[in-house]
Write a protein that binds this ligand. Structure first.
Ligand SMILES: CC(C)(COP(=O)(O)OP(=O)(O)OC[C@H]1O[C@@H](n2cnc3c(N)ncnc32)[C@H](O)[C@@H]1OP(=O)(O)O)[C@@H](O)C(=O)NCCC(=O)NCCS
Length: 177
């Protein structure tokens, strides 16, 4: 994930110093995984070339008491980026749809394996389950160029949101087929 997200607009914004970014992103994802694993559904390809973190309906939001319990760990991991991380999370939470849905919190493919259809297949396998259950799905695309990638899977652009002082994200919603 650290390799995949090295030049992601949000991780660049959180950690502008390239000398420490890899280590910081690793810690960032350790926290995200720690919070996400008990909540839901993590999909990986055979050798973990691609990882997709999903959260099931009604469980997209990380509870305040979970954040409070993890706060020292989070502050240690986020360091001086804490304010920027919180600003982004708040903006995302504000725009997050309240209707029940599956939330694709994040997906990444090791750069050496990108462009082979791994992420597409991994995401679609969960979308097939959404279709079978009649459940919608939601994600925030981290750049405008990814809107087409997710659009090809049936996600529709809802909005374009600028984090104050930070990057933009692109909320996308998918009705079940
Ligand atoms: C986005 C990402 C998960 C795609 O993984 P992947 O395994 O290469 O995906 P696939 O091989 O299934 O699909 C590749 C498609 O995505 C497109 N794509 C990948 N990254 C893209 C980007 N940053 N901008 C635009 N299109 C992108 C490719 O052009 C390709 O399109 P095509 O199938 O029409 O040729 C991967 O590029 C990645 O990890 N990026 C960095 C992290 C990231 O941005 N994650 C998503 C956050 S919302």
């Amino acid at each position: 994930m650290a390799r995949a997200f090295w030049s992601d607009p949000f991780l660049e914004y959180f950690y502008p110093d390239e000398n420490v970014r890899t280590h910081r992103i690793e810690r960032f994802f350790q926290i995200l995984w720690g919070l996400s694993l008990p909540l839901g559904h993590v999909a990986v390809t055979d050798s973990c070339e691609t990882v997709a973190l999903w959260r099931p309906p009604y469980r997209w939001r990380v509870k305040r008491r979970t954040i409070a319990a993890n706060l020292p760990h989070m502050l240690g991991a986020y360091g001086t980026a804490t304010g920027r991380v919180i600003r982004c999370l708040e903006a995302m939470e504000k725009h997050h749809p309240r209707r029940p849905h599956w939330y694709l919190a994040t997906v990444g493919t090791d750069p050496a394996y990108q462009g082979r259809g791994l992420a597409g297949r991994l995401i679609r396998s969960n979308l097939d389950r959404c279709d079978a259950a009649g459940e919608p799905a939601y994600l925030e695309a981290a750049s405008e160029s990814l809107v087409g990638f997710y659009g090809g899977m049936g996600f529709q652009l809802l909005d374009e949101v600028k984090v104050p002082g930070g990057p933009k994200f692109y909320p996308m919603w998918r009705e079940p087929a």
